[in-house]
Write a protein that binds this ligand. Structure first.
Ligand code: ZN
Length: 85
């Protein structure tokens, strides 16, 4: 397990990683190597999803977490709105 600190929020990072994953499958190369890179990107995408969950329609809605990057997420983190963390 590793910890990374990047200036990008989970929404933007997920969009970039998804785009890279799609582009990866359009490149020439050994399928097993491409699959390994795509799987690694998917794990990063999954981590973005954990930080900023989305529903079946792809929207974040009110699924805030302390790490989602929304102002409402910060309120959840502080517990000021009375919700459980
Ligand atoms: Zn949020």
């Amino acid at each position: 397990m590793s910890t990374y600190t990047v200036p990008d929020g989970p929404k933007a990072l997920r969009e970039t990683l998804s785009l890279a994953q799609t582009a990866l499958f359009k490149t020439d190369g050994l399928y097993s190597e491409i699959k390994n890179h795509a799987d690694r990107l998917q794990r990063l995408i999954d981590e973005c999803e954990r930080k900023r969950p989305t529903g079946f329609d792809g929207t974040h809605g009110d699924r805030h977490t302390p790490e989602c990057g929304c102002e409402a997420g910060l309120v959840v983190e502080d517990g000021r709105d009375g919700r459980r963390l």
